[in-house]
Write a protein that binds this ligand. Structure first.
Ligand SMILES: [Zn+2]
Length: 453
């Protein structure tokens, strides 16, 4: 394998310039589209070879789709293979809370002590830049990938925008089924579980579904001095109470078992033995994790979170209506339809109306015993030697879910080292990425693209 490329210097400066454009999708109204258009123009300036050799299409206002023809499309016959690779990222960022105290201003892109600071450094301009750097460096070498490669960049991921959804629709309409999709999600982290030391590359092989329900009840009103046994408020409160943590049975996905087995084989002593044992016993794992509650429980079952409640109009008037909003995260392998049925059954009250406000199915689960996962592990061995590739399930939603509906091998992984403090800085304060992490990330994507044959 020819690894002749010398990466172009200056990656930190280029990321800094990206950070200085405040592409805050949630503040589009106030800030306008200018930062987004400037970002698209900046990409053209910083990545001349990408723009010369790849075709760029725009889908909706904020979706960028670059197409790099592989050997087959360019007329070669040496080892051309079916099915493109799609590398995804988003260039919008979440807002900054004015009351937060940042070490450096969040949109200044300050570089200090080998670290780039600013909103988007990790989510998701850092992961985006390492893709572009890898492609630009390979193009400088005259490299042609064995497969077609698409770069799909959305500008409204953080507001559940339509850019990525539209790109997925366009690909599907053209009969293009990606062989491999890589998007944000996991990273190279320290101590992935509380009692597991060492670093691991956490690769999301699926993501939970999301559903928001409104439960509501009506009452006849009247004076509060002679109430019936069940007012609308009490009816809704009882329904919420019946949706306790035990509403959904644990249902560990295959990924959770694989995660435990994989971590177990890299953990010495009794902790490693325990992990391997749990990895082989899904029922036990499900019960144990459910009993632990919190994040552990969320890994193995559908969760229910009552988030808002309202009802009535005055302190001494019986409420004529009451309602509660409930947010659910649906476990892999379940469906939105089953989820609503179970909620209705648990509430056991025909006078409580259950309305679905929004619903998205959980993603399928990508395999880990296939060529695609092996490719990720191979690239990782080049960029992060000795770090194991560990599958897991994401609780949050990514743009890649739109492609996962018809592409079987979708992995959520940004090849960047993130300390626990850095992970906490995502959507928080002092978001930052080390320059060496960016360099390794570029190396990862370059190794991946070199091995598509
Ligand atoms: Zn993100």
């Amino acid at each position: 394998m020819a690894d002749v490329t010398d990466p172009r210097p200056g990656i930190a400066d280029r990321l800094s310039r990206m950070i200085r454009l405040p592409t805050v999708s949630a503040e589009l109204e106030e800030r306008g589209t200018a930062p987004f258009e400037e970002f698209v123009a900046l990409l053209a300036e910083l990545y001349p070879l990408v723009h010369e050799h790849l075709d760029l299409e725009r889908h909706t206002d904020f979706g960028l789709l670059f197409h790099w023809s592989g050997r087959e499309a360019q007329g070669g016959t040496d080892g051309a293979v079916e099915g493109p690779v799609v590398l995804m990222a988003h260039y919008d960022v979440v807002p900054v809370d004015e009351s937060d105290d940042w070490t450096y201003p969040p949109f200044d892109g300050v570089i200090a002590d080998g670290v780039v600071y600013g909103r988007g450094a990790l989510d998701d301009k850092g992961p985006l830049i390492v893709v572009l750097e890898a492609v630009e460096n390979l193009l400088a070498d005259g490299f042609v990938p064995a497969r077609d490669v698409y770069l799909s960049f959305g500008g409204n991921e953080e507001t559940y925008g339509r850019a990525a959804e539209e790109i997925a629709r366009v690909l599907r309409e053209r009969g293009i089924v990606p062989w491999l999709v890589v998007d944000e999600g996991g990273a190279v982290v320290d101590a992935p579980l509380p009692f597991v030391p060492g670093r691991a590359a956490m690769i999301g092989v699926g993501e939970k579904g999301v559903m928001t329900l409104t439960l509501s009840a009506r009452g006849s009103g009247g004076h509060a001095s002679a109430p019936p046994s069940l007012t609308a408020v009490r009816r809704v409160a009882r329904a919420v109470d019946r949706l306790g943590p035990g509403t959904f049975r644990p249902r560990p996905s295959k990924a959770v078992g694989r995660m435990l087995t994989r971590l177990g084989s890299h953990t010495p002593g009794p902790a490693g033995q325990l992990l391997r044992l749990l990895g082989a016993a899904p029922l036990l794992t499900g019960r144990l994790f459910a009993a632990l509650g919190g994040e552990a429980a969320a890994l193995v079952r559908t969760t229910v979170a009552p988030t808002m409640q309202s009802g009535g109009t005055a302190a001494n008037v019986l409420p004529s209506q009451a309602s509660a909003t409930v947010n659910l995260r649906i476990a892999l392998g379940e469906t939105t339809q089953q989820t609503v049925l179970r909620v209705r059954r648990r509430i056991r009250d025909p006078l409580v109306t259950v309305r679905v406000e929004e619903a998205s199915e959980p993603s399928p689960e990508s395999a880990t015993d296939n060529a695609q996962f092996a490719l990720l592990a191979d690239a990782l061995a080049v960029s992060h030697p000795g770090v194991p590739a560990v599958p897991y399930v994401m609780m949050a939603a990514t743009d890649s879910r739109h492609l996962h509906r018809f592409a079987p091998a979708v992995y959520r992984f940004a090849p960047l080292d993130m300390s626990n403090a850095q992970r906490a800085s995502i959507h928080g304060v002092d978001e930052s990425v080390e320059i060496v992490a960016l360099e390794r990330g570029e190396r990862f994507h370059r190794a991946l693209l070199e091995r598509l044959g």
